[in-house]
Design a binder for this molecule. Sequence first.
Ligand code: IMP
Length: 174
Amino acid sequence: MMDPRLKELISAEQIQRRCDELAVEIDRDYAGKSLVLLAVLKGSYMFLADLSKRLSSPVMIDFVQVSSYGDEKSSSGIVQIRKDHDVSIEGRHVLVVEDIVDTGLTLAHLCELLRTRRPLSLKVVSMLSKPAARRHEALVDYLGFEIPNEFVVGYGLDHAESFRNLPFIALLKD
Ligand code: IMP
């Protein structure tokens, strides 16, 4: 039985269909090019798996893990790299794979850092975005779904490390 605190927002079928569409778009844009999929741990692991197996472009896969310490009073915040990528991104097409863009702090800082490493191109695919929560300019090139400014879990996203394995995305009521 489903946890009574959960309310399904996006079904597993909807997610899979959107992955099909995103993969077609990405394959078309990177036709004839190879790219590095740089997934942001941990939340994007399920999206990375679903998206990457649908791509026919040649890809390398690597991971970064970041932790953000947002400062609510100013627009600055510190994003610390906890695990850096191993594959060199210099001169390569890089597609950052994110689970969710909330305030945009994490993505804005991560992209700023990655640009200093001189990739040939840098784009972002995110499964989810909460546009109403945005405080930092963080551009998403490919987006799965826009969602309301509420806390969601599932499909890689957690609450205290739980719920990541749900194949759908749900609102978590407290
Ligand atoms: P941002 O830096 O505010 O954009 O936050 C991005 C990160 O916060 C994501 O990569 C998630 O790890 C986490 N996050 C933001 N909103 C949610 C949510 O609704 N559920 C689970 N994690 C979230």
